[in-house]
Design a protein. Structure first.
Length: 298
């Protein structure tokens, strides 16, 4: 399993590198006003920044931010052509995650990217994780000086796929100040960000139990999930660092009444890493509900 995913991920990375010389960028002639930057892209995809009003408190819904004070809100929006998709922070069996670069921004101390809940995407016998429609990643920005406007300068490296995957790059600049706000769009995106909860907590969606079965090369993780009635659920697993490549959990039989059971092999850790005690993050998505649980392997 490790070698298959490693080959797929390496192949996607090499494809992106080999095609970097192909220009995918264009610019729409019109500005959207104070609420958004220009679109930067082509017929397959395009990127822009959108502004939001300052958050009412320190934390945005379901997320803990790394600094004090009320963050400034904004968002990165990607527009996708019908039939094309892009990837989540962990792309699954294939693909590459988007990379956000805010170097060169003015009056910015820190930027936290929030990730709306993704979905499973079948991709030539593999399972990718990402977005099949337009997506907005909300941003929580800590300014150096809260009394002054924030100017964001973004470079986004990402991939878009239909039957083949191609690398894309988008650049955008936007000054976020009082009175500029695409609040409705950002509120919708924020509602899709998984809520951080503890193991066993949450309703109607909850991750009730996580256990490890077997030893060595035959070890696997079994996860029981409580799901809203009549709703399908997807489960995603991430390791403690981006260089981990855990398999996408698959539904299995044997769950107690009222629960859905998933399992995945303990595979995909980088060389020298240990599974014992490793922190894993599990994200469950069921309809409009999404939660994120971090736990440790025994």
């Amino acid at each position: 399993m490790t070698s298959l995913r490693a080959i797929v991920l390496l192949g996607a990375s090499l494809l992106g590198t080999s095609l970097l010389g192909i220009s995918l960028l264009g610019t729409s002639p019109a500005l959207a006003g104070d609420d958004a930057s220009r679109w930067d892209g082509d017929a397959r995809s395009a990127v822009r920044l959108i502004a939001g009003a300052p958050a009412a408190g320190k934390n945005l819904p379901g997320q803990s931010l790394p600094d004090k004070g009320s963050p400034v809100r904004a968002g990165v929006e990607v527009r996708l052509k019908a039939g094309w998709h892009t990837y989540w922070r962990y792309p699954g069996d294939a693909g590459v995650p988007p990379r956000f670069d805010f170097a060169g921004s003015d009056n910015v101390k820190a930027v936290t990217v929030l990730w709306p809940a993704p979905q499973r995407i079948p991709e030539q016998g593999l399972v990718a994780i990402g977005y099949v429609r337009d997506v907005i990643w909300p941003l929580a920005i800590v300014p150096q000086n809260p009394a002054k406007p924030v100017t964001l300068r973004l470079k986004l490296d990402y991939a878009v796929c239909e039957k083949l995957c191609v690398p894309a790059e988008g650049k955008a600049e936007l000054t976020v100040k009082d009175g500029s706000s695409a609040d409705a769009a950002l509120a919708t995106a924020l509602a899709k960000v998984p809520k951080q909860v503890a193991l066993g907590e949450g309703s109607p969606l909850a991750i009730r139990a996580v256990r490890r079965e077997g030893d060595g090369s035959r070890s696997r993780v079994v996860v029981d999930v409580a799901v809203p009635a009549g709703t399908d659920v997807a489960l995603f697993a991430e390791g403690p660092a981006p260089d981990w490549a855990l398999p996408v959990p698959m539904a299995v039989a044997g769950a107690p009444a009222g629960l859905r059971r998933f399992a995945f092999e303990l595979d995909g850790a980088p060389p020298g890493a240990k599974y014992d005690g490793a922190a894993i993050t599990l994200t469950a998505v069921a309809g409009e509900h999404a939660i994120e649980v971090t736990t440790h392997l025994d």
